[in-house]
Ligand binder design. Structure first.
Ligand SMILES: Nc1nonc1C(=O)N1CCN(Cc2ccccn2)CC1
Length: 246
């Protein structure tokens, strides 16, 4: 998968994705990441990339023309068709379902705004979708772009050492993940649940499913809204909630 990041600070996204699973995906050639700076496509001695917003009011807007030229160079760089994502608070909230769809695309362009955003004419002419990573305000789109890069990189075949772990992540089946434990078994903070040390894989899977259901019910009931739980899941959930009351 190729991702081109258009940003006044492309190195910020590069740095956030240079290690860990994303760094490994890049090393393994599973993900190619290219940074582009619209300032290199701006005119004049100061290579102006932003200006005051028409209609008055605070803040600056990123100019249409340097971005248009920059995006033309991005498209030119590789014959693979692009899907242009603009990271913005006005975008649709990014969820794991959309991450999986983006991860299956051959090429993404992540457009990072700064200041008050980008001239709307560029958005209308070049952007395929606007995505928000959450209802809070960042100082620019770069960290949001890094989130998208990280989330799609780990879903590339071969990125995770244990292929199954992506499937067990939170949200993969619409539930939160179960709790995890490692050594030592006994610690001042508590003991590892007996079932996890039993070697009984059916019991372990049942316990993990029950924990995921109870956690989701208690912490993110919205994820269960409108979801028809199976008879087995409903029983596991009820039993798990009763156990909490004892
Ligand atoms: N939340 C988020 N999820 O994605 N991006 C954000 C986010 O807060 N920001 C801050 C404002 N930047 C500049 C901007 C302002 C207005 C319209 C478009 N762009 C973009 C990135």
């Amino acid at each position: 998968m190729r991702i081109d990041v258009v940003s006044l600070f492309p190195e910020e996204v590069d740095r956030c994705t240079a290690f860990g699973v994303t760094g490994r995906a890049r090393e393994r050639g599973l993900l190619q990441l290219h940074g582009w700076n619209p300032r290199e496509y701006a005119d004049g001695n100061y290579r102006k990339t932003d200006d005051r917003t028409f209609g008055g009011g605070p803040g600056m807007v990123m100019l249409v023309e340097p971005l248009r030229r920059c995006l033309a160079a991005v498209r030119q760089a590789d014959p693979t068709p692009v899907h242009v994502v603009y990271l913005s608070p006005q975008g649709r909230r990014l969820e794991q379902k959309r991450v999986r769809e983006l991860a299956a695309m051959p090429r993404l362009v992540l457009l990072c705004g700064r200041y008050e955003g980008i001239d709307e004419r560029l958005v209308q002419a070049e952007v395929d979708e606007e995505l928000s990573i959450g209802d809070y305000v960042l100082s620019g789109g770069e960290l949001a772009a890094a989130v998208v890069v990280d989330a799609v990189a780990r879903l590339q075949d071969g990125a995770l050492n244990d292929a199954g772990s992506a499937a067990q992540d939170s949200f993969e089946d619409g539930l939160l993940d179960c709790p995890h434990y490692s050594h030592p078994v006994e610690h001042a903070y508590g003991t590892v649940p007996e079932v996890l040390r039993s070697g009984n894989h059916a019991a372990i899977a049942r316990w993990r499913r029950q924990q995921a259901l109870v956690r989701t019910w208690l912490r993110r009931p919205d994820l269960l809204q409108g979801r028809e739980l199976s008879k087995v899941d409903r029983k596991l959930l009820e039993e798990g909630l009763r156990a909490l009351e004892q």
